[in-house]
Design a protein around this ligand. Sequence first.
Ligand code: NAI
Ligand code: MG
Length: 483
Amino acid sequence: MRAAVPDLRYAPAPESTAPVTIRDSYGLFIGGEWVASANAATFVTQNPATEEKLAEVAYAEAADVDRAVRSARRGYEKYWRKLRPSERAKYVYRIARALTERSREFAVLETMDGGKPIREARDFDVPQASAHFFYHAGWADKLAWAIPGTERARPLGVVGAIVPWNFPLLIATWKIAPALACGNTIVLKPAETTPLTALLLAQVCLEAELPPGVVNVITGDGRTGAALVEHPDVDKLSFTGSTEVGKAIRRATAGTSKRLSLELGGKSAFIVYDDAPLDQTIEGIVSGIYFNQGHVCCAGSRLLVQENVAADLIERLRARIATLRHGDPLDKNTDIGAINSKAQRDKIVELVQSGVEEGAVLVQADFMPPERGYWYPASFFTRVQPTYRIAREEIFGPVLSVMTFRTPDEAIERANNLPYGLSAGVWTSSGALGMYTAQRLQAGVVWCNTFNQFDPSSPFGGYKESGFGREGGLAGLRAYLET
Ligand code: NAI
Ligand code: MG
């Protein structure tokens, strides 16, 4: 008689929402106070896993943007630029500690507002965010030594920061922490689908007794962002988001004295040589494309695999995506959560459809989505030609395009053959081949035998249409200093 097969299904493991208090409505955070928008306009942010309304949020018009920039200017002139750097550092450390102490609250709120798995918000977004504040706090009183050849590095003044919805708290932190450490004040505009962690961070700044106007948070959409871009009293703009909007911002700031850094889209290559350890490589691919539902600017969304191991790798990948757990983002076992918005889900559906019509073969994880919410299963395409839209355009969802190559030079040429260049991955047992390849890839970051490694001390940014400027490390500080 055969022994009964044990039931190895996971029981539900939902994270508690108890640490989070979501208010019915939120104002704008300007001059150290919560204020209504000039004409009392609001919009709603929802939970994309349930479509449930989470809160009403003030909508900032041009008049509110003006108020926020004036407040940042006052905060700069009156307090922040006059403060001794070692005193500035204390405030930044205070924010870092508060983020650490309230990490569970931030993680749960990030998951509720944006749909990412709690495991990622808890283990990646929030720890990285507090690490950025700690790292930059350390630089505040050492700027004179940060960049060789500059005797006296000075702040720029008022920074306008516009951030997207894929890593709402973390990308805001990438901009706020260095801006403050370098002595600038800031106006932050979060994305319209994910404003809540930025508003909680504003509350943390208030409780840290940051002088009024040093950090301002204004909520709204693209029009609010455009008003911030056009405001004449902003000294520097830092934008992360789509290449299309990045280009518009570049046009809008041309001929002005505004400094600009852009971190835009990508279609990063993930190159697998035939001597790569395939099981580890599969885990790299999963992190590269399915992390955060593929809503990642540096996602390894083009898999280039050496032809003689392609069939083997594809079979392993097919088996692996069947084990990915889709569903409730608040469940601690979930690998793939909700798509951030209906618009983004529709965009993924449209691009996948184009891939099928152009002739690629679609493989998808078996997942029956709940009735409500926005979902998309882990997917990959084989038989992809480099001219297909799915091989060239950023899908920003859990969809991988698999292509093959025969020689290293072919892999490199194909990897570089797009207007993007944010990241790349190289998998091989040969150190020499890894170096040969990495040195020839036009990408801001190249990960060898790993993927998605981040640290505040390590600069991140792109080539070509993936943007310019670096965030993190010494290179990132330079963007917030007059040197
Ligand atoms: P988006 O670029 O429109 O939004 C990003 C931020 O810019 C948001 O805060 C938005 O309110 C603001 N914004 C929009 N229009 C603006 C304007 N004219 N001036 C100033 N600020 C403006 O991105 P969206 O529409 O949410 O996503 C579209 C596609 O962009 C995605 O499917 C994805 O391919 C790509 N994307 C890439 C990101 C990245 O990290 N590289 C992040 C978000 C989106
Ligand atoms: Mg939301």
